[in-house]
Design a protein around this ligand. Structure first.
Ligand code: HEM
Length: 352
C-alpha cells in the first residue's frame, strides 16, 4: 500500500462528505431571482455581515459609560486612524439594511410569497425586522449625544405606553425610572450581545426554511432568453449574482461614507431638553402619529399594525375561508398600509 496523499490525509482528519455540499449547492433557483429586486434578502444578509465586521472594529474603541461614551465616539471620529470611515460605514450600512429589509418585505408581500407553506418564515422575517429596528435604535443611543439621548427618552416613553407590558418594558430598558448610565449599559449589552445572538439564530432559521421549502415559483415564470431554462443552479450562477451585488454595495457604502461621513452633535445634557426632539427616521411614522393623536393612541395603533403584519398570512387565510375574498384585496390593503407609512415618514422628515 502506497503512502496516502495529502488530500487523503486531510480527508481522514476532517471526514466530511463533500458530495453533500456539492448537492446542496446545486439547488435549482427559479429564473426570476436573476433580477436583483427579487433577491433583496441576500442584500440584507450582506449588510448584516458589514455591520458585524465594522461593529467589532468599533467596540475596540467605544467605552460604554455615560462619562466616556461621547468622548470615545469623538476620538473614533477625529483621532483614531480610519475611525471616521469605519463609523460612517457602520452608520450607512445600518440605514441601508433597514431600507433593504423593508423593500425585501414588500417584495415578499406583493408576490404573495408569505402564503402557505411559508407563513412561519414570514413570522420569522417579521421578528428579524423588529430585531433590525432594535439594532438601529440601541446603536443610535450609544453615541450619547444630545439628540440620541432625548430620542431614547422619547422611545422609553413610547415603550411605557404599550398596553400591559409597557411599564415593565420601559423599566427594563432604562434600568430605572430615568434614562441614564444604567440605560447605556443595557443598550450596549443589547446592541453587541443579545441582538446579534437573537438575529443570528433567527437568520439561521429563516435560511433553513428557505432551503427546505425552496423559493416561491411565480405564476408567470421567466426563462433564460437563450436556453429557455426556467431554473438555474445556486452554485455558481446565483452565488455570482450575490457576489456582484455585494461588490456594488461596497462601492455604494464607500461613496456614501466619503461624501457624507457620520457627524457628531453636542454631548447629552439630561438637564437641557432640546427645542426639537427627533428620533431616527425609521420611527418617524410613530412619532408623526404621536403628534397627530396622543401617546397612547399612537402606540396602540403601531402595536396593532405590527400584530396584523405578524399574523397577516393566517388572517388572510382565515378571511379567504370565511368570505370569497377577491385576489386584489391583499394587494390593495398592502399598498394602502405602505402609503400611510410613507406619507407619515416623509411628513415628519419635513417637520421641524
Ligand atoms: C435580517 C433580515 C432578513 C434577511 C437577511 C432575509 C433573508 C432572506 C433571503 C436570503 C431570502 C431568499 C430570497 C431573497 O433573497 O429574497 C429570503 C426569503 C424570504 N424572506 Fe427574508 N430576510 C430578512 C427579513 C425578512 C422579513 C422582514 C420578512 C417578512 C416579514 C421576510 C420574509 C421572507 C419570506 C416569506 C421569504 C421566502 C420568499 C419566497 O419564497 O419567495 N424576510 N429572506
Amino acid at each position: 500500500m502506497g503512502k496516502p496523499s495529502l488530500g487523503e490525509r486531510l480527508q481522514a482528519m476532517f471526514p466530511f462528505d463533500w458530495e453533500l455540499l456539492r448537492h446542496a449547492g446545486a439547488e435549482p433557483i427559479p429564473h426570476h431571482l436573476k433580477k436583483w429586486w427579487f433577491c433583496l434578502g441576500g442584500t440584507v444578509l450582506y449588510l448584516f455581515v458589514v455591520q458585524v465586521v465594522t461593529g467589532i472594529a468599533l467596540t475596540f474603541y467605544y467605552v460604554p459609560s455615560p462619562e466616556e461614551a461621547y468622548a470615545s465616539v469623538a476620538a473614533i471620529t477625529r483621532e483614531i486612524r480610519f475611525g471616521w470611515f469605519i463609523r460612517s460605514l457602520h452608520k450607512w450600512a445600518a440605514n441601508l439594511m433597514i431600507i433593504a429589509v423593508i423593500l425585501h418585505m414588500l417584495r415578499v408581500f406583493f408576490t404573495g410569497a408569505y402564503r402557505h407553506p411559508r407563513q412561519l418564515n414570514w413570522c420569522v422575517g417579521l421578528l428579524l425586522l423588529m430585531a433590525t429596528l432594535a439594532f438601529g435604535f440601541t446603536g443610535y443611543s450609544l453615541v450619547f449625544e444630545q439628540l440620541s439621548f432625548w430620542g431614547a427618552t422619547v422611545a422609553a416613553n413610547l415603550a411605557e405606553a404599550v398596553p400591559l407590558v409597557g411599564p415593565w418594558m420601559a423599566h427594563f430598558l432604562r434600568g430605572g425610572p430615568e434614562v441614564g448610565g444604567a440605560t447605556l449599559t443595557r443598550f450596549y449589552v443589547l446592541h453587541i450581545g443579545l441582538l446579534p445572538t437573537i438575529t443570528s439564530a433567527l437568520l439561521a432559521l429563516h435560511i433553513l426554511l428557505i432551503r427546505l421549502q425552496g423559493v416561491t415559483e411565480l405564476e408567470q415564470p421567466g426563462a433564460d432568453a437563450k436556453t429557455g431554462e426556467r431554473h438555474f443552479p445556486f452554485w455558481p450562477d446565483h452565488a455570482t449574482t450575490e457576489i456582484l451585488i455585494g461588490v456594488l454595495l461596497m462601492y455604494l457604502l464607500t461613496i456614501l461614507a466619503l461624501a457624507f461621513p457620520a457627524g457628531l452633535g453636542p454631548p447629552a445634557d439630561p438637564t437641557q431638553t432640546p427645542d426639537h426632539i427627533k428620533p431616527e427616521w425609521f420611527f418617524y411614522f410613530s412619532f408623526r402619529l404621536l403628534k397627530l393623536t396622543s401617546l397612547h393612541v399612537s402606540v396602540a395603533l403601531t402595536v396593532a399594525m405590527g400584530a396584523i403584519a405578524f399574523f397577516w398570512p393566517f388572517i388572510e387565510e382565515w378571511c379567504r375561508r370565511r368570505w370569497r375574498m377577491p385576489d386584489g384585496v391583499p394587494v390593495t390593503l398592502g399598498t394602502m398600509a405602505f402609503l400611510v407609512f410613507l406619507v407619515l415618514t416623509v411628513w415628519e422628515s419635513f417637520a421641524s
